[in-house]
Write a protein that binds this ligand. Structure first.
Ligand SMILES: Nc1ncnc2c1ncn2[C@@H]1O[C@H](COP(=O)(O)OP(=O)(O)OP(=O)(O)O)[C@@H](O)[C@H]1O
Length: 173
């Protein structure tokens, strides 16, 4: 095995590149990441139509980022557990994965309250897709959506990812 010191990020730019690799890998290998991606698009579409104020948009984007972050942690834990038990069955490995999945589910549940609050902030609910209200919030939403699409569809073969688990391929959700 090679010495891990050679992977140490020597600059901020390198650290960001490693983080980017991680996110792209997770989008390619994890079906839940792809589910969250489509949920995020649904959220962005609803907010573009209803046009809640900037505060509600910022909070909802932050919660969406937390959700993606939780799923990334979950993926990292699953991979680390699989490596540590060498893909063999171990009761504690199973518990570790269940706990990580539980953490993600908790956040998903909490996100529902934020979704309800965003709807309340958008009241009275009207079709405002072509309106010019809350333009700052609208541009923020569009920028966030574009960034997510880039991360989701960035070609993985450009990165030194040796193995994408067979259980989750590019197909599917
Ligand atoms: N090595 C293992 N030893 C014992 N139980 C395991 C092991 N790996 C997985 N499990 C059990 O199977 C469940 C599913 O594990 P798996 O690795 O397939 O996660 P997953 O279904 O891909 O999760 P997610 O949908 O969050 O990606 C775990 O939550 C755990 O209960």
């Amino acid at each position: 095995m090679r010495d891990t010191s050679e992977y140490k990020a020597s600059s901020f730019r390198k650290s960001l590149t490693f983080a980017f690799h991680g996110i792209v890998y997770a989008f390619h290998s994890e079906k839940n990441m792809r589910r969250h991606f489509w949920l995020f698009n649904a959220l962005a579409a609803v907010e573009l139509v209803l046009r809640p104020p900037l505060t509600a948009v910022v909070v909802s984007l932050f919660v969406a980022a937390c959700m993606f972050s939780a799923e990334l942690f979950n993926t990292a834990i699953e991979l680390a557990v699989d490596v540590s038990v060498e893909w063999k069955h171990h009761p504690i490995a199973g518990v570790a994965k269940d706990v990580a999945a539980g953490a993600t589910s908790m956040l998903a549940f909490g996100s529902l309250f934020v979704a309800i609050w965003v709807m309340a902030m958008a009241a009275p609910l009207r079709f405002r897709l072509f309106s010019t209200v809350h333009l700052g919030a609208t541009w923020l939403l569009i920028a966030a959506a574009v960034a997510m699409w880039i991360l989701r569809y960035w070609p993985i073969h450009r990165f030194p990812v040796d193995h994408v688990p067979e259980k989750e391929t590019q197909d599917g959700v």
